[in-house]
Design a protein around this ligand. Sequence first.
Ligand code: GLN
Length: 548
Amino acid sequence: MTPLIFVTGGVVSSLGKGIAAASLASILEARGLKVTMMKLDPYINVDPGTMSPFQHGEVYVTDDGAETDLDLGHYERFVRTRLSRKNSVTTGRIYENVIRKERRGDYLGATVQVIPHITDEIRRCIDAATEGFDVALVEIGGTVGDIESLPFLEAIRQVRTERGASKALFMHLTLVPFIGAAGELKTKPTQHSVKELRSIGIQPDVLLCRSEQVIPDGERRKISLFTNVPERAVISVPDVDVLYKIPMGLHRQGLDEIVIDQLGLREKVGPADLHEWEDAVDATVHPDDAVTIAVVGKYVDHQDAYKSVGEALKHGGLRQRTKVTLKWLEAQDLEGSDMSALADVDGILVPGGFGDRGFEGKVLTSQYAREHGVPYFGICYGMQAAVVDYARHVAGLAGANSTENDRQTVHPVIGLITEWRTAAGEVEKRDEKSDLGGTMRLGLQEQRLKPGTLAHQLYGRDVVAERHRHRYEFNNRYRTQLEEAGLVISGKSMDDTLVEVVELPQQVHPWFLACQAHPEFLSTPREGHPLFIGFIAAARARKAARAG
Ligand code: GLN
């Protein structure tokens, strides 16, 4: 039985529960434990794949192609364990499973109920995701008091009752606001939140108290008295300027020790080696250089929609002690503009996206970067925009487009596999197991890089694997034409049928690379990602050249 740490949240949302949980996980990992994490989300969508990035932020993709909550991105950036569809479970998924069993007759005629059938299914999913690890953190989305999260809370209450405190620990994250008019920190919301938890049978073992400033001992003592949580387990989590400081802050207050003691992990752990996080903080706080990168997208007022891209750019900077400032631009606003919004940046990134709004702005952005020698990094839709630009403006294919935006285009340089194969008169060969054609290409796939190209030089390998999430593809019928016009195809799927990376020769442009996959999902603050590191290096070179 894997010892579990259940993480709940109170008072308000957006306190950084996922990051706090991931930070604790990273310390436990640094102490030598095999750690995993999972997220239980109370909403009724079966997965976040269909949810608007405006509302829910980025859809994060795992190796096995699960479309998950962006918190899984935080988890994978903080711990080394690679996650899968098992690690992201929603109410919708739970009900889907239970209803399927009910239809199959698995419940042998019983009345199917929230308790025990839904709670049993929740517990089954927790066990499935956490077995085989030394310890697992299970985060419950939402805030205590929400109607939707009740079955999850009931399930974890049952786990604790059955397994005992040495196999299940409750950690609750709350807010301790500072009320300016009174000049005081207020502990009452925390008291109420714990009271709410206790009313459903959950007594927290640890409180993580979010606040603007460090919470003084007097206040921590007061919280301890009112909540029955030992004083040393009332942990202050103040706002930080650098995210990577959080693991150190928690470790300093002995949070890992509390967990290790309660869950009986003492003989498995060594001292915490947090130097990677210390290095990340140091490189962030004392940079040697700085660049500005324009990110041209569609949801720029909702930067959570591009969470992993923003993080990966920062990681790319971290690896070379460079502060990366992001200039978020709405693609649609560039349409019909003089493009001067891009004049002062050191590099341009066009991230993934869907639908026609702003697509022309992305094509213009790619054209601008290409013609002005600005480092350009296109990801997924940003790659497709680059191909459309190249087709229209260099290869002489006027009216070229993606069929996502113009079904009747004369030159469908980007299209659904089924469309371009049929148009080419090829018999459609579809691998039963793959999801190509009409549906999404999802998850980790290998690709082969062409020696001598920028992509090959950056990755330093012949074969790499990246995560995908898209429907449309580079149309093979245009490969020759675009190559003859100078576009370099530097990465292809292992069977040679799909274009994965395109670039411009370095004699023509200092750094122009675009890929169909989403490399941002594999970037971490500890290692960074070769494409992002290369991109930031190119942006630095451009800045230096312009200054000199
Ligand atoms: N809309 C494009 C497609 O489906 C790109 C998707 C993306 O950028 N993730 O192929």
